[in-house]
Design a protein. Structure first.
Length: 127
């Protein structure tokens, strides 16, 4: 329902010849959804259109310098690799943890299980 309001608001601004920046559309949708006849919209999460201010907007990734694109890609790659390494490094010490604390393998692998379970819960919470 809210996406229909966003589309209608965009069409309205295009017909009026107004700019269709994300701020204009967001402000318009917030005003329209707060009206009494749209009570059902208040309980739904708000959507925001992500838009750039034209083809020369410096925030648009296509306009970034090559150095910034490479740096951003490397940082995201290292973050992903780091989380993968963090979950797999524990698995090499499962036998040592079992012997050190005199527990079964199932109990010693619980640390890895809870670590990965945390990833799953976080993603489910974000969705």
């Amino acid at each position: 329902m809210l996406s229909d309001d966003l589309e209608a608001s965009l069409d309205k601004h295009k017909e009026d010849g107004q700019a269709t920046s994300s701020q204009t559309v967001k402000k318009s949708v917030e005003t329209e959804s707060e009206s009494p006849e749209n009570n059902s919209v208040k309980n739904e999460p708000r959507s925001t259109i992500v838009d750039f201010d034209g083809p020369d907007d410096p925030s648009q990734p296509l306009n970034w310098s090559t150095r910034k694109k490479i740096t951003t890609t490397l940082l995201y790659g290292l973050t992903t690799a780091g989380s993968t390494w963090a979950s797999s490094i524990y698995s090499s010490s499962v036998a040592a943890v079992s012997m050190e604390f005199n527990v079964s393998t199932e109990v010693s692998i619980l640390g890895l299980t809870l670590f990965l379970f945390g990833y799953v819960l976080r993603e489910m919470h974000k969705a």
